[in-house]
Design a protein around this ligand. Structure first.
Ligand code: F6P
Ligand code: MN
Length: 358
């Protein structure tokens, strides 16, 4: 049925009716969607596109960039710099923020993005995505690094695209989370998944278990209980998934529930987690919360975390409400010590009186 379908433009007009800055925000989101269509076309060419493999460079996080990381970053910049809605952009693939150059007019928004999330999957033809977050830039002056250091609750909009068997765009402007599917014949994003809602309970978790030896005890406790299944205290069997593409994990959770964890670990004490706050943690947290789920560091809401650096990392635990709340409780009990049987301070790990282990 072609008539009566809600396209992205129609949806934005309806959602933002009565909002003073609606026109600019809609225009920006339409530009982002245009960039996403370009990335979708590029990614779907696969080996025929001569885009696969390494670019031979490293990003600011010391990760080797794929050719597609560099090309998709460029595409986002060129598609979004000219319209007059943006003052600047930050990206996983750029060391420093990008300020919209003259002669383009400077707008009142900032864009933070990860142009190709999960890019380790690209050479094996597994789903990847693009993540973005829109912030306000109220200042008349060009944005400085500090302009981007706003907590997630101040996001004006957030979204991601997933390049899977079909390309989908999932967005929120603070009024629910909604999914669109790219109709390749018309070039339109069509509203196919309005008002996404995450079930509060789930029997599915996602974590990279190869990091288990670095986890904090509350995570070991939670995952141990899931693995124990029906014979453990949870009295039910759990299933596990790991795609190594945050976009794909979050998408699965928005479709059928679940919990995704990339928690704080002890691998590198200078990094409180693997994922980046401004263009991974915050936008995904907004989408999950707007769909009735929870997004936490384990010790508080991600969206309340004050950023101190553009490429700052954060622990991420998100998805079905009751599971995320349980994991937060395990962190609390661990921090208070109430999850452990009483051990006399005379005989604790650091005591002089520690009994010798034989
Ligand atoms: O952007 C980081 C990322 O690629 C996420 O998309 C994904 O969830 C994670 O890293 C995968 O990490 P690992 O390689 O440790 O499984
Ligand atoms: Mn990423």
């Amino acid at each position: 049925m072609l008539y009566g379908r809600t396209t992205l433009s129609k949806f934005l007009i309806e959602q933002l009716r009565g909002d003073k800055s609606a026109q600019d925000l809609s225009a920006l989101l339409i530009d982002v969607a245009a960039a996403i269509k370009g990335i979708s076309a590029m990614v779907s060419k696969g080996a025929l596109g001569d885009h696969l493999g390494s670019a031979g460079t490293q990003n600011v996080q010391g990760e080797t960039q794929k050719k597609l990381d560099v090309l998709t970053n460029e595409l986002m910049l060129r598609q979004c710099e000219w319209g007059g809605q943006l003052a600047g952009m930050v990206s996983e693939e750029m060391d420093e923020p990008f300020t919209v150059p003259s002669p383009y007019p400077r707008g009142a928004y900032l864009l933070a993005f990860d142009p190709l999330d999960g890019s380790s999957n690209i050479d094996v033809n597994v789903a990847v995505g693009t993540i973005f977050s829109v912030l306000k830039h109220a200042d008349r002056k060009p944005p400085q690094t500090a302009s981007y250091l706003q907590n997630g609750d101040r996001q004006i909009a957030a979204g991601y695209a997933i390049y899977g068997p079909s390309t989908m765009l999932v967005i929120s402007v603070g009024r629910g989370t909604h999914g669109f599917t790219l109709d390749r014949e018309t070039g339109n994003f069509v509203l196919t998944h309005p008002d996404l809602t995450i079930p509060a309970d789930t029997g599915e978790f996602a974590i990279n278990v190869s990091n288990e030896r670095f986890w904090e005890p509350p995570i070991t406790r939670y995952v141990g209980e899931c693995k124990a299944g029906r014979s453990g205290i949870r009295e039910r069997d759990f299933n596990m998934r790991w795609i190594a593409s945050m976009v794909a994990e979050v998408h699965r959770i928005l479709m059928r529930g679940g919990v995704f964890m990339y928690p704080r670990d002890t691998r590198d004490p200078s990094k409180p987690g693997r994922l980046r706050l401004l263009y991974e943690g915050n936008p995904m947290a907004m989408l999950i919360e707007q769909a009735g789920g929870c997004a936490s560091t384990g010790r508080g809401r991600i969206c309340e975390l004050p950023p101190s650096q553009v490429h700052q990392r954060t622990p991420v635990i998100l998805g079905s409400r009751n599971e995320v709340e349980r994991i937060e409780r395990y962190h609390r009990e661990y921090d208070e010590g109430s999850d452990r049987p009483f051990v006399s301070p005379l005989f604790n790990e650091r005591s002089l009186y520690r009994p010798e282990v034989t």
